[in-house]
Design a protein around this ligand. Structure first.
Ligand code: FDA
Length: 309
């Protein structure tokens, strides 16, 4: 892992730094590159603006690791309202939620109940309920949540991280469930015995896992979603899907708002199913630091935002 990436991921966990950075106007200017605004209305307007370009959306309210169990009730109520508003506007949009945002640190069962309520509402509004994957200490519990949810709601998706050494085993264990999987590279600081330190190993693992997912999709046994901006990988995945006869409806490509928007539009225009993950909310510090860590060159953009005017 590069020194800059490591340092940024460590900084992402600092409450002290978050309190000092989040009030600075240059930081708020810089963060706009990756989010249309802090309110749900900003996110819904951005989702509507993407629709003419054939881009669907996934909405996620920033926030993780709550400080009290009661906060999870408010998060659940918020997402129920989001799903209601998505349906009312007839948007091609889903929601994606971190388990710790629904209180996983306090109670597995309560978190699962919140997720079931959201998955039921998503199902009723013909959308997919997405579970994000957080750092490796949460993987077992997140997979257990997924298994529990999948048993009652088929349209639930989970993120798997290609950088984790355990993921091939995890994918194997999920395949009998006919899973909906969003494959991502992985965004957290992990020790070398848990995750590949070298990016090339993660890239290699990503394609291997993508191939297994496409094989399962060809047999009608998985819906794979590729959450990456790595266009070399995307080209290889599209070629493999075509070789296997997995049509454009049989897999999707998801990217983040503000990153490679030109490629998102181009892929959408070419008939691929593409969704753009739109984040909103005011708890953006750890999430923003992870975006900087993915591409430390983004720090120049932050420095430019410090200039007046
Ligand atoms: P890679 O890092 O190789 O980037 C490829 C190219 O994309 C770069 O060369 C650059 O041009 C561009 N790029 C990538 N990141 C950029 C950035 N921040 N700023 C500017 N350009 C950038 N992670 C996780 O651990 N759990 C999760 O649940 C999710 N969920 C998720 C959903 C979706 C829809 C996406 C797209 C990503 C996630 N992630 C995630 C994040 C993921 O793990 C990973 O950190 C990022 O996607 C960056 O990796 P890439 O696959 O884009 O490749």
């Amino acid at each position: 892992m590069s020194i800059a990436r490591n340092a940024l991921l460590r900084m992402s966990r600092s409450r002290w730094l978050a309190d000092r950075v989040m009030t600075r106007s240059f930081a708020r200017r810089a963060v706009k590159k990756f989010m249309p605004g802090e309110t749900l209305e900003d996110a819904l307007a951005a989702a509507a603006a993407l629709a003419p370009d054939r881009l669907g959306s996934i909405l996620t309210k920033l926030g993780e690791n709550l400080t009290s169990p009661g906060e999870a009730d408010a998060v659940r109520a918020h997402y129920l309202d989001v799903l209601h508003r998505i349906a009312a506007r007839d948007l091609d949009a889903h929601v994606s939620v971190k388990p710790t945002q629904l209180g996983l640190d306090f109670s597995f069962d309560h978190c699962a109940e919140h997720m079931e309520a959201l998955a039921r509402k998503a199902e009723a509004t013909r959308s997919i309920f997405w579970i994000d994957m957080e750092d490796s200490s949460y993987v077992d519990r997140t997979l257990d949540l997924y298994r529990r949810l999948k048993a009652v709601q088929p349209r639930v998706g989970i993120a798997l991280q290609a950088y984790l050494r355990r993921t091939p085993q995890d994918l194997k264990s999920l395949l009998p469930l006919n899973p909906i999987v969003r494959l991502v590279k992985g965004a957290y600081a992990e020790p070398a015995h848990v995750a590949f330190p070298a990016k090339r190993d993660t890239d290699f693992a990503y394609y291997e896992l993508a191939s297994q997912l496409l094989d399962a999709a060809a047999a009608g046994k998985a819906l794979p979603i590729f959450g990456t901006h790595d266009l070399t990988l995307v080209d290889r995945i599209v070629a493999k899907a075509q070789a296997l006869g997995v049509g454009d409806g049989g897999f999707e490509i998801h990217m983040l708002y503000g990153i490679r928007m030109d490629a998102q539009r181009r892929l959408g225009a070419a008939g691929r199913k593409v969704k753009c993950l739109i984040s909103y909310g005011n708890a953006w510090f750890p999430w923003y630091m992870r975006r900087l860590a993915e591409r430390p060159a983004n720090i120049w953009f932050v420095m430019k935002s410090m200039l007046p005017g």
